[in-house]
Design a protein around this ligand. Structure first.
Ligand code: SF4
Length: 330
């Protein structure tokens, strides 16, 4: 691990000031990903600004009937919050599917959004990786790529975003609140994470001098018909091979609204609004879900070791939508 300097911010303004004009500085809160990356020499910040004591750890009601999740609220506190559990059960389930109890107790909501890919080559500084070192190449393209992307990848990077929480936030149409030297702004969740294109080292649209302060959930939480399904190599403490956040509004057996987002398949939580639109007006049954699943995977492309994810994702979508609808999985 390389030497770095350290300071602590007491206010959001202090934190923003500490980062201004210092491209080698990074915020640290729970530290559950950044410190691992520093130990692996995959990230080399020269200065850490400790934001763990900022007053951003509340979960509060919003005027429009939604909830505001503080960026520094812990993942565990968010998942077990009674309002989250009753109004956004898909989100609670997604958080509890991630990491371990110990990590969820440390990890913050803002940090979860900003965690980096778990691509093996990103962590291995002895191999080429365009995300870690732009222009060096991609070790995963010709290497072991079992956990990698099947949607939205580029010739420069086929990494996937590792979060569970973010998949549910994408399906819920959350909004990210950020603050920087130019003041506050909000970013729709669908625009927060990026596809790799030819700049895979840039994961999000957050400015280098901005801080995430909160995540706003809209009033509509799909509490009656929603679920989060995670398919992984072992039952806990494993990243998703494929995950699905599925939410429906159903009236008299007919789908009135649908949300569908996938994890473990792309560089960002993969939401497909066309497949969602296909479901509206259709009966809540397996045939409708299968057609939507095929639509989601129509542009999917496998690599040497991960083509199995395509049929796996198709089946996972059908199963998640069936669970959400309360109908038997075919
Ligand atoms: Fe790096 Fe992305 Fe290639 Fe992994 S897939 S080695 S993160 S460029």
């Amino acid at each position: 691990m390389r030497a770095f300097t350290y300071s602590r911010a007491d206010t959001v303004e202090d934190a923003v000031r500490a980062l201004a004009g210092n491209p080698d500085a990074r915020f640290v809160a729970g530290g559950t990903n950044l410190l691992d990356l520093m130990k692996a020499d995959a990230m080399r910040p020269a200065h850490l600004v400790d934001i763990s004591r900022l007053p951003l750890d509340r979960i509060e009601e919003t005027e429009d009937g939604g909830l505001r999740l503080g960026a520094l609220a812990r993942n565990a506190d968010t998942a077990w919050d009674e309002r989250v559990r009753s109004r956004y059960p898909m989100l609670s389930k997604a958080i509890l599917a991630g990491a371990s109890a110990q990590l969820r107790n440390m990890a913050t909501n803002g940090g979860n959004l900003l965690q980096r890919t778990r691509c093996y080559y990103f962590y291995d500084s002895g191999t080429p990786c365009n995300k870690r070192e732009p222009g060096s190449g991609c070790g995963a393209l010709t290497g072991v790529n079992r956990i990698h992307a099947i949607l939205g990848a580029s010739e420069h990077c086929i990494a996937v975003h590792p979060s569970d929480l973010c998949v549910a936030l994408a399906a819920l149409e959350a909004t990210v609140r950020v603050t920087g030297p130019r003041g506050e702004r909000t970013i729709p969740f669908a625009e927060f994470h990026r596809l790799p294109g030819d700049t895979p080292h840039i994961d999000t649209t957050l400015g280098a001098d901005e801080i995430v302060t909160a995540i706003d959930l809209p009033a509509r939480g799909f509490a009656e018909h929603s679920t989060y399904l995670k398919v992984r190599d072992r039952a806990s403490y494993a990243f998703a091979l494929v995950s699905v956040a599925a939410a429906l509004e159903i009236e008299g057996g007919t789908i009135r609204a649908a949300r569908l987002a996938l994890g473990g398949v792309a560089h960002k939580p993969w939401r497909d609004t066309e497949a969602e639109a296909m479901l509206v007006g259709k009966p809540a049954e397996a045939a409708s879900f299968a057609a939507a699943a095929q639509a989601v995977l129509r542009g999917a492309k496998g690599h040497a070791h991960n083509a199995f994810k395509i049929p796996l994702a198709e089946r996972a979508i059908v199963r998640a939508l069936s669970e959400a609808a309360g109908v038997q999985t075919p």
